[in-house]
Design a protein around this ligand. Structure first.
Ligand code: PMP
Length: 428
């Protein structure tokens, strides 16, 4: 049998890249088959190496909120490149970016730029430990916060596709400081704080989970978490790498009206260039070097290309009506998918906030990781491939959220729904 272009490229990639990919979810481990190799993207579409178009609902896992190759972002990157790629010295663009973030997000008094979400969460945790003088941290089952040692314990995202939620190579001496609780469970939270509250440095949470598919926790969960952290002097870290500037301009903290002590942001800030950030209360942030004794640094941190691309993106995000338009698009797609699933008699549930959505092959909406893991992942895999065949690119895993961009037109959404009508039919 002749090989497809993607199969040939995947074989070649595997010669010198572990598993042929530079990040595990890209290998299609959760859905089977060969990954699509992308050569370029524009607006709502990605194109493979044969020039075949796909309507993209991954958006580079979130940052492509304006769609791919937005002209103002590309112009900003080109202008920045003309001025030099990296200086290892302060630039005014970093100050502009810090001001933008602090203006939009009231909990941010000081913010430090890094180059990835992993660095942001890893640094925020070190800072919380340095600030409190305590070692133990709490995370929640199915939440993913990047690949630093303390956080790869019962984690989500690609860890779930390979069926090993706790990574090999994490020393038991590190893992023992990470307590993992069920997500969205007020009783478990209260019990854990009763036992360990005064030993905890921080709690890190995806305020809306996006790495075990999408789970929107209850307001009570967030209110209880905030109150318990206050009572026991525990730093509350909202990991908004996925939700920040995505579920709404003010992120999930605005959605739930919670003021975290620290917040981590990721890729969206740089409009697709490598970037992350962590920030929050002045008193805590002042513990970082050069002001304080918690060390954190980065040669490429605050990179001028990323800062100037991000500035161009924020100019669009802050325009009146941006998030209403984005939410309307997401609602149209998700409600359309639900109606089609109902028509075909397929068990299906969905949720969405702003430009982020989750779809499940299950009668009801899962509320935590245990419920997500009971959804029909084989049906998801089949649906994924039926959609891919019809030119729709969904996240290649039943454990990931999906993303809408402002560049998706009504026509793109209708095309997606027409493909879904056939894909659901193929499932029954
Ligand atoms: N936190 C969350 C909530 C994430 O979704 C991710 C990655 N998707 C990370 C942290 C890690 O970010 P990065 O991949 O940029 O290191």
């Amino acid at each position: 049998m002749t090989q497809t272009a993607d199969q040939i490229l995947f074989e070649k990639a595997k010669r010198h890249i572990p598993g042929g990919v530079n990040s595990p979810v890209r290998a299609f481990a959760g859905v089977g088959g060969t990954p699509v190799f992308i050569s370029r993207a524009s607006g709502a579409y990605m194109y493979d190496t044969d020039g075949r178009a796909y309507i993209d609902y991954v958006g580079s896992w979130g940052p492509m909120i304006l769609g791919h190759g937005h002209p103002k972002v590309i112009d900003a990157v080109k202008a920045a490149a003309d001025d030099g790629l990296s200086f290892g010295a302060p630039t005014p663009f970093e100050t502009t970016m810090a001001d933008i973030i602090a203006d939009i997000v009231p909990s941010i008094e000081l913010v430090r730029m890094v180059s990835s979400g992993t660095e942001a969460t890893m640094s925020a945790i070190r800072l919380a430990r340095g600030y409190t003088g305590r070692d133990k941290i709490v995370k929640f089952e199915g939440c993913y916060h990047g690949h630093s040692d303390s956080l790869l314990v019962k984690a989500g995202s690609g860890m779930l596709d390979i069926g090993e939620p706790t990574s090999k190579g994490v020393p038991a001496d590190f893992a023992k400081h990470t307590l993992t609780l069920p997500y969205n469970d007020v009783d478990a939270l209260t019990a854990a704080f009763e036992k360990f509250g005064d030993e905890l440095a921080c709690v890190i949470v995806e305020p809306i989970a996006g790495n075990m598919n999408m789970v929107i926790p209850s307001q009570d969960f967030h209110d209880t978490l905030r109150a318990l952290c206050d009572k026991h002097g525990v730093v509350l870290i909202f990991d908004e790498v996925m939700t920040g500037f995505r579920v709404g301009l003010g992120g999930a903290q605005k959605h739930f009206n919670i003021t975290p002590d620290l917040t981590t942001f990721g890729k969206i800030i740089g409009a697709g260039l490598p970037v992350g950030a962590f920030g929050g209360k002045r008193e805590i942030m002042e513990c970082i070097a050069p002001l304080g004794g918690v060390y954190q640094a980065g040669t490429l941190s605050g990179n001028p290309l990323a800062m100037r691309a991000g500035k161009a993106m924020f100019d669009e995000l802050t325009k009146d009506g941006f998030y209403d338009a984005l939410s309307d698009k997401t609602a149209k797609l998700v409600n359309g998918l639900q109606a089609l699933a109902d028509k075909h008699g397929v068990d299906f549930a969905s949720c969405h906030v702003g430009g982020m959505f989750g779809i499940y092959f299950n009668k009801t909406l899962p509320q935590n990781f245990a419920e997500v893991s009971k959804c029909d992942s084989q049906k998801f895999a089949k649906f994924f491939h039926e959609m891919l065949k019809r030119g729709v690119y969904l996240a290649p895993s039943a454990f990931e959220a999906a993303f809408m961009s402002i560049a998706h037109t009504d026509e793109d959404i209708e095309k997606t729904l027409a493909a879904a009508d056939e894909a659901f039919a193929a499932l029954v």
